[in-house]
Each structure stands twice: as C-alpha cells, then as structure tokens.
Design a protein around this ligand. Structure first.
Ligand SMILES: Cc1cc2nc3c(=O)[nH]c(=O)nc-3n(C[C@H](O)[C@H](O)[C@H](O)COP(=O)(O)O)c2cc1C
Length: 151
C-alpha cells in the first residue's frame, strides 16, 4: 500500500491539525504510509504530491474561504500540470474543514478541489475543537483513502 498525504493549514488553535492527525491514524491503521504537511509550516513540493496514492485536504474557514497556503498548493499544482501532468491528475482525495460557527468554506473547498480527481467519502467538518464524532469521521476518511482504488 502507498502513501497517503494529508495536506492542511492549521494556525489558530490546532483544530484542523487534530483532524489531520485523526485522518493519518485511520490511514495508518489501514496499512498506508502517511505524511502530514501543515501549510503554515512549509510549502508542499509538487513532487511530494505526485508520490502520493491518495490525499486529504483540510482547511480552517478563513472569511468563508480556504486558507492561503492551500490556495498556493492549488496554484502550484495547476502550473506544474501544464508541463508534466504525471501523478497530478485523477487521484482519490478527501476533504475536511474546521470553523468557528460559520462554515461557509465548505462550498469553495469542494468547488476548488473537485479538479483533483475522485472524491472519497463525505467532507468532514468540525466546529471548534473536534469532538469524538468528528475525529471518528476523520479516522474513517483516512481508512477509506488508504484503501481507495488508484486510477
Ligand atoms: C483570519 C481568520 C478568519 C476566520 N474566518 C472565519 C469565518 O469566516 N467563519 C468561521 O466559521 N470561522 C472563521 N474563523 C475561525 C476558524 O475557522 C476556526 O477557529 C478554526 O477552527 C481554526 O482552525 P485552526 O485551529 O486549525 O487554525 C476564522 C479564523 C481566523 C484566524
């Protein structure tokens, strides 16, 4: 089984990070290798994305939009794909987000990332600190990504 990449932004309270950790746990349980990258700490190299068999993308709601670091990833992906699309298209992916009571980021998140490939499972959300229900949904998403068919 291959690599599941969990790419997310977390900065304010660590809420999105806690969700990313739970996705990683689920994917590891199912036998995948896992890499977590917080765009608040570093920019993802596009070849790291090429190497993943599946990916989860997570953002906090920032003004009803995704965090800037994830937008940078999408821009890098689009530009890289023009010269070499190998490993950049048709990947299984999952989505998650954290919010402070609004949560309108769901629309832009789903719309922007639908170009990545085949969506696995439902988008997982959490208001504030993720509770056990949200964490269980994250672990289930991780397991599903680890076992998703690769095209
Ligand atoms: C700059 C900024 C803008 C935000 N805008 C919204 C918003 O429009 N709607 C909302 O529900 N929460 C908003 N929030 C709250 C965060 O989405 C929420 O606290 C989230 O859980 C933070 O995730 P993190 O701890 O992983 O950084 C905002 C927070 C920040 C710092």
């Amino acid at each position: 089984m291959g690599l599941v990449l969990v790419l997310y932004h977390s900065q304010e309270f660590g809420n999105t990070h806690a969700m990313a950790e739970a996705i990683g746990e689920g994917a590891r349980e199912a036998g995948a290798e896992v890499r977590l990258v917080n765009t608040n700490e570093r920019r993802l190299g596009i070849d790291e994305y090429r190497a993943a068999q599946a990916a989860a993308f997570g953002s906090p709601d920032y003004y009803s939009y995704i965090a800037g670091g994830l937008k940078v990833f999408l821009d890098d992906w689009f530009i890289a794909k023009k010269t070499n699309a190998e490993g950049l298209r048709d990947k299984p992916y999952g989505l998650f987000y954290s919010h402070g009571g609004g949560g309108a980021v769901r629309g832009p998140l789903e719309e922007l990332f639908k170009r990545m490939g085949v969506k696995i499972g439902d988008t997982v959300e959490s208001e504030g600190r993720p509770n056990e229900t949200a964490l269980a949904a994250c672990r289930a998403l991780g397991r599903a990504l680890a076992t998703a068919k690769v095209w």
